[in-house]
Design a protein around this ligand. Structure first.
Ligand SMILES: [Zn+2]
Ligand SMILES: [Zn+2]
Ligand SMILES: [Zn+2]
Ligand SMILES: [Zn+2]
Ligand SMILES: [Zn+2]
Length: 202
């Protein structure tokens, strides 16, 4: 019989799982007496029923001593792999005290912007906090994300509304004028003015 070793449990957004059920599973996957499982990675972001106490139980089971030093930084613009640098993806947001993925500021921010996505707006391109002062001026992307002014200046913008797409959604740019051009028509403007020629405004 083949023994399977389960090193990870990734169940983000499974909102109908109960904290008790997750704790039971983690107990099973960390019990060294009757199994070979060594759970090393747990992803539970979006399961809002998990409370602070539950998280502490999970940390104890996984033998995580979560001091600030032990926690690896996660930046907003990084991909999913960044989240895996920590054994458990979520922590208690220092601002709203809700459970979530807490992002750090890549510019080593003195503003205390460390917080979840809801508490601190961040640039989708470089991950810095956007505060509306002049080095972190807010520019809206055509998608739901925000961009800092510096990143906004360097990426292509819609000919109509001057909004930019973040890198992740650059493929949604419609009617790019040419590969090297700074202009395109964003999805929103395209659907508002389906028959108009964007260049008539120039
Ligand atoms: Zn928060
Ligand atoms: Zn910051
Ligand atoms: Zn930026
Ligand atoms: Zn537009
Ligand atoms: Zn985007």
């Amino acid at each position: 019989m083949k023994l399977y070793i389960i090193p990870q449990l990734h169940i983000p957004g499974c909102t109908n799982l109960s904290p008790a059920g997750i704790i039971e599973s983690v107990k099973l996957l960390t019990n060294t007496n009757n199994s070979n499982h060594r759970l090393q990675s747990l992803r539970i972001n979006g399961i809002h029923s998990i409370k602070k106490d539950d998280l502490e139980t999970l940390e104890n089971l996984m033998m995580i001593n979560r001091t600030k030093k032990e926690r690896n930084k996660i930046f907003y613009h990084e991909n999913d792999a960044a989240i895996d640098r920590n054994s458990i993806d979520v922590e208690v947001c220092p601002k709203c005290e809700q459970m979530g993925i807490v992002f750090d500021c890549p510019r080593g921010c003195e503003y205390g912007c460390r917080g979840c996505e809801m508490c601190t707006r961040r640039c989708a391109e470089c991950g810095i906090c956007i505060r509306g002062d002049h080095d972190g001026e807010l520019e809206e992307a055509s998608c739901a994300y925000a961009l800092c002014l510096k990143c906004w200046l360097t990426i292509p913008k819609c000919c109509f509304c001057s909004r930019a797409y973040c890198d992740e959604h650059a493929c949604r740019q419609l009617h790019r004028v040419s590969d090297s051009s700074a202009g395109f028509v964003c999805g929103g403007c395209r659907s508002r003015n389906p028959f108009e020629n964007p260049y008539m405004y120039f």
